[in-house]
Design a protein around this ligand. Structure first.
Ligand SMILES: CC(C)(COP(=O)(O)OP(=O)(O)OC[C@H]1O[C@@H](n2cnc3c(N)ncnc32)[C@H](O)[C@@H]1OP(=O)(O)O)[C@@H](O)C(=O)NCCC(=O)NCCS
Length: 156
């Protein structure tokens, strides 16, 4: 079910703090990786958000291009009381539509929620099949090489 009162937007500067809060609330619980405010600002143009009827930002997620054929769905987070209403799917669909429209052929996510991505047509893969991600970013992460996020990949 999708709520009729929540709407999807490209993120604006006014969403940055809410994106930071959403992501880091789940990061503190070990459910996703933390992001600094600088990372949010630097990547703000990647992001979609959902705002509720009071204009509060209740969900976020972004499409980050890694190479000519590859993009990552990043920092996907839906406020706890807004989960299960189709908002996560709406953001992923927007990212996939954009990825297709600019000619990308593969999207992936690193996640502790593989079931959600499976539902959206992604399939589990070995993260080492994504060398541009591993050697471009993962190797600088404090969790590397012991990260237990699961790679989920979808052809577009
Ligand atoms: C994972 C998350 C983004 C899902 O967002 P959501 O808005 O609750 O999910 P949706 O309502 O869009 O769900 C879409 C479909 O996926 C299913 N789904 C949602 N979470 C699921 C899960 N953990 N396992 C299996 N299926 C799941 C839903 O049942 C729904 O299926 P349906 O259409 O048959 O009813 C959200 O739970 C969240 O923010 N979690 C914490 C942060 C996190 O783990 N982010 C992912 C990191 S990449």
């Amino acid at each position: 079910m999708t709520t009729t009162t929540s709407q999807l937007f490209r993120a604006s500067i006014a969403d940055a703090k809410a994106i930071h809060d959403l992501v880091n609330t789940f990061a503190r619980k070990g459910e996703m990786l933390p992001r600094t405010m600088a990372e949010v600002y630097e990547n703000l143009r990647d992001f979609y958000v959902v705002r509720d009827e009071t204009n509060e930002t209740v969900a976020c997620g972004g499409l980050h291009i890694l190479w000519e054929d590859l993009a990552e769905i990043k920092s996907l987070a839906v406020r706890e009381d807004m989960q299960g209403q189709g908002l996560g799917q709406r953001i992923v669909d927007a990212c996939l539509d954009e990825a297709r429209s600019i000619g990308l052929t593969t999207a992936f996510a690193l996640t502790y929620r593989p079931g959600f991505f499976e539902k959206l047509g992604f399939a589990q893969a070995d993260v080492m099949t994504l060398p541009r991600k591993v050697w471009g970013e993962c190797y600088r992460c404090p969790k590397f090489p012991g990260c237990n996020e699961i790679a989920m990949v979808r052809a577009l």
